[in-house]
Design a protein around this ligand. Sequence first.
Ligand code: ADP
Length: 363
Amino acid sequence: MPEPLLDVESVREALADFPDPETGRGALAMDQIRDVRVTGSDLRMTVALTSHSRILWPDVEHAIEARLRGHFADLGRLTIDRADHARPPMKLGEIGLAAKSVIAVGSGKGGVGKSTISVSLAYALLDAGSRVGLMDADVYGPSVPQLTGTSDVRGVSGTGGNRMEPVVRNGMPIMSVGYLVPPDQAVIWRGPMLHGAVMQFLRDTEWGELDYLIVDMPPGTGDVAITISQAIPLTGAVVVCTPQEVALLDAVKAIAMFRKVNIPVLGMVENMSGFICPDTGKRYDIFGRGGARAKAEELGIAFLGEAPIHIALRERGDDGATIDNIHDPVVGPYLRSIAHTLVKNLATAAAARPARPALPVLG
Ligand code: ADP
């Protein structure tokens, strides 16, 4: 078979069904692959991604390059110029939230680092260039204000209408019950009151248009998950646990609860997965390691990654500087990898969804 000739038309053909990571639809047809130019054996093109997919830039570039080199053996230099692909704004409608992906972060029990992982996930996506909001639904122990350096906030402002303004820090809107009640007052809310508060946070906060809303859930298997799943369409839940067998048992219960209320489980994260000694770089598996990965495999769900015990992580949590963990040389790569794997899996799922049937042409 003769090699296909490297020209604009054959390049466009080779990329015809290359999927946009956000929607799974053909990027070429959606005008996300533009300005294809061939100069001798060199190729240059512009690729545009939405802000939802920014964390996947390297993957998209590698996949395009692999596909083109598979097609054109004599391809010389390939240059991809990155561009932004804007989508028409989503309708805010009845509630002040328009989020493409709403991700709940849960755990079987408290103290496993669920809030730390929620906040880190939000910051990793934000750092990649996505529009992210963070909602603290852990009404029993709201720790988002502490972790984000907003624990001095007392009360939230209205917008003039019936809506509340979120607290915005580092360009990220945040809402927490901790802004409304003093931190030393244990929030012992039950049933309708809890339901009402969570609903209000979701619906009456002026979140604006987001790519991701990260929801830090209360630990365990309470009814907040049901409330949230009824209020807004959740993309799915991430379950955080530590490697010990007892912690895994609780995580399995949380997974069962999410499944029971039809919230897709997007994967497990293993936190406090070993300790890397800052002096020697040696790893000590204090609580063990790898239990969550094995459990995820057993349950047929994704494993999204792990984060080791790292003293600076706890210190920054106490100082309200969790954002700095994203570029920490030890834990930063782990935290960014969790966010990356999550979005990559969402993209794989989008690409696998059957295409919507084309509208019949009337005429
Ligand atoms: P949860 O939301 O599950 O109750 P938190 O995220 O509030 O847990 O974490 C509990 C405590 O453990 C916090 O002080 C936090 O800073 C600390 N922590 C969480 N993950 C780690 C980690 N990987 N290394 C060190 N400290 C951590």
